[in-house]
Design a protein around this ligand. Structure first.
Ligand code: ATP
Length: 503
């Protein structure tokens, strides 16, 4: 695996996985663009998730809802009131920070001082942050006296009181900008699933338990986007809302925890690298009864959330439904006089309308990319003493499945055979097959090691009967990314050979 974030960032830029957004104008913080190989890897991760969660199950439907949503959706979801992070400003230079990030970045003795002043244990970081938020005036004083430094200037800051900052992006809809013609870019894809619950049930005749899966962009105006694609303002999520009979929710929560860990393992992210955090009550999101956060051990960052698996109880459907008072809701919801739909489904045993509980596995695509790349990243010293970087990606995730390389790029008899092979392999539907004539063979191999191409197929003079050994006519060299073994394979058997290896 990668030893530092830096070596990943460098590889991603060098080989065309990930670029800074709007780079030619100086870049836009918190936005990234996925390059020629990044888009392939990202698509492959999403396809693997969809295959496993939609196609291979018999209790899931898919959805692709719109990104901009009615302001009422985000009001009744609770996001207008509570989707905020605490921010704090340094009056000396007008820099703004997320309170917990700022504190985490301080030296240990400073953190200890702040914790002591707030009357909390330094071992319970979340409690310290909660105390600071609860007593903003005291927080400001304590930050000054404890000597909390501004990470930008390095000097002790003159700190304001912390206050909540809502992270939703708001946008005007239509030609008239008045008080009501605005909507929000969704901060999670989940809300599109809840608002379509009735549509999906009515159009598919689903009964409990069943789920709706969605992959798509979400937007959060993070106060301090950082750590490459780990914390961005435009992100992509892979989310499932799995609807269950109330009372069976805890069992399903465990089911999904297991399923998701297994899936990460299949993508090359081993269990041993993921810690399961049973989120303490005081840290739970406004909708959650219980949440498991999967904390992957990122290079440089350490254990940070890659996926959250939440028991959202009947909070969401209960918040968005009409006739709330008749439905025996368990969650505490705000009154809703705006919804025109009753979000219930027949109880499978009694047939009485019920608002189901929801288990939500929610994974970030960008954080998945980072973890997958990090696990695949390998530095090896070869027998001849030279060093190579190789991405040992699972073949189903590799951006390029096979590179077909003509040994001489100006010899028609060689290039025409190579192009024919490329076409044949491409038609197998394995993913991208690249006709690679960009440089000498050594460079091509090194490049394909670095981007994780499982096989390189080389067409040479022997292939076309211009070599020394007549036995090699109509054969090609296939080089294995991981073992570096080179094997001569008959062209007539190549498609089958590759297919068997990549299955
Ligand atoms: P964090 O505590 O790191 O801000 P969160 O608890 O707000 O994350 P959730 O609301 O649970 O995150 O979102 C579900 C998933 O979406 C996360 O596990 C993560 O993979 C992804 N995600 C959330 N925010 C971001 C972001 N700013 N950039 C990239 N991915 C994100």
């Amino acid at each position: 695996p990668a030893q530092s974030m830096e070596e990943l960032v460098s590889l991603c830029k060098r080989r065309g996985f990930i670029f800074q957004g709007s780079e030619i104008y100086g870049g836009l913080q918190g936005f990234y663009d996925y390059g020629p190989l990044g888009v392939e890897l990202k698509n492959n991760i999403k396809a693997a998730w969809w295959r496993s969660n939609v196609y291979e199950r018999d209790d899931m439907e898919g959805l692709d809802a719109s990104i901009i949503m009615h302001r009422m959706v985000l009001r009744h979801s609770g996001h207008e009131a509570t989707f905020s992070d605490p921010m704090i400003d340094n009056k000396k230079n007008n820099k703004r920070y997320r309170l917990d990030h700022l504190l985490k970045d301080q030296k240990a003795d400073v953190i200890a001082k702040v914790a002591a002043e707030m009357g909390e244990s330094v071992d319970n970081f979340a409690a310290v942050v909660a105390a600071l938020n609860a007593q903003p005036a005291k927080a400001s004083e304590v930050f000054k006296t404890a000597g909390v430094r501004d990470p930008f200037s390095g000097e002790v800051g003159d700190w304001t009181e912390p206050k909540p900052f809502n992270m939703m992006f708001k946008t005007t809809i239509g030609p008239v900008a008045d008080d009501e013609s605005y909507g929000y870019l969704r901060p999670e894809t989940a809300q599109g699933i809840f608002t379509n619950f009735k549509n999906v049930v009515d159009s598919t005749s689903r009964r409990l338990p069943f789920g709706i899966a969605q992959i798509g962009k979400a937007f959060r105006n993070e106060i301090t986007p950082r750590n490459f694609i780990f914390r961005v303002r435009e992100l992509e999520q892979m989310e499932i809302e799995f609807f269950v009979v109330p009372g069976t929710d805890e069992e399903w929560h465990e089911h999904w925890l297991e399923k998701r860990l297994k899936w990460w393992e299949d993508q090359g992210v081993p269990r041993g690298k993921i810690e399961i955090l049973d989120v303490p009550k005081e840290d739970l999101a406004h909708y959650s009864k219980r949440t498991y956060d999967l904390m992957y051990d990122y290079p440089t960052l350490g254990h940070e959330e890659i996926e959250g698996i939440a028991n959202r109880s009947d909070y969401d459907l209960g918040s968005h439904t009409k006739s709330q008072s008749e439905l025996g809701l368990v969650a505490k919801v705000e009154e809703n006089a705006d919804s025109i739909a009753k979000l219930t489904i027949p109880h499978p045993e009694t047939n009485k309308p019920v608002v189901p509980f929801v288990i939500e596995p929610s994974a970030g695509v960008d954080r998945a990319m980072l973890a997958v790349l990090s696990e695949a990243f390998t530095k090896e010293t070869l027998e001849n003493g030279s060093e190579r970087i190789v991405l040992k990606l699972k073949p189903h995730l590799a951006p390029i499945k096979v590179a077909v390389i003509p040994l001489a790029r100006n010899k028609e008899e060689i290039t025409s055979v190579a192009k024919q092979i490329k076409g044949e392999l491409q038609s197998l539907g394995l993913g991208r097959v690249l006709y690679e004539d960009s440089g000498n063979i050594g460079k091509a191999y090194r490049r394909h090691d670095e981007v994780g191409t499982p096989y390189c197929v080389t067409v040479d003079f022997d292939t076309v009967g211009k070599g020394e050994d007549p036995a090699l006519v109509d054969t090609v060299t296939v080089r294995d990314r991981d073992t570096l073994a080179q094997e001569r394979v008959k062209i007539s058997e190549l498609a089958q050979w590759i297919q068997a290896k990549l299955r």
